[in-house]
Design a protein around this ligand. Structure first.
Ligand code: SF4
Length: 125
């Protein structure tokens, strides 16, 4: 049953494209800090994750959105670890929270064990 739900068109690659992320970071949202700096998300909001400033980018936000190196790095999933790359559930999983990974390991690659276990539990039923 869960597999059917996850394979439904709203959860599939068709709906999200290959760029899907679990929370929509770099796919359908950005985060604006109270100082106007534009960052990836509320967790990834520090200097290394800031991609612009609202006062500089408000006129060409689309250009920034489409061309920013960090956003494209995430969309293209260049950060994926080897385990996730080979995982049969990758299409449905979206690899968990990259913000949590950054907090724990200073990169986006660490597997979110809690999330990974939940996904695998659902699909192994
Ligand atoms: S289920 Fe686990 S190993 Fe597989 S893609 Fe998701 S996080 Fe990676």
């Amino acid at each position: 049953m869960f597999l059917k739900v996850f394979r439904h068109k709203y959860f599939s690659k068709k709906a999200f494209g290959k760029s899907n992320t679990v929370c929509g970071v770099a796919v359908n949202r950005l985060f604006v800090n109270s100082d106007g700096s534009i960052a990836l998300c509320p967790i990834l909001n520090e200097k290394e994750h800031v991609i612009g400033h609202i006062k500089d980018n408000y006129k060409n936000i689309k250009k920034m959105w489409l061309n920013n190196r960090l956003l494209n790095y995430i969309r293209n999933k260049e950060y994926l670890n080897e385990t996730c790359k080979k995982c049969k559930y990758l299409e449905y999983c979206y690899e968990g929270c990259i913000g949590k990974s950054w907090q724990e390991q200073n990169n986006y690659k660490k597997i979110d064990e809690w999330y990974c276990n939940k996904i695998q539990h659902v699909f192994k039923r």
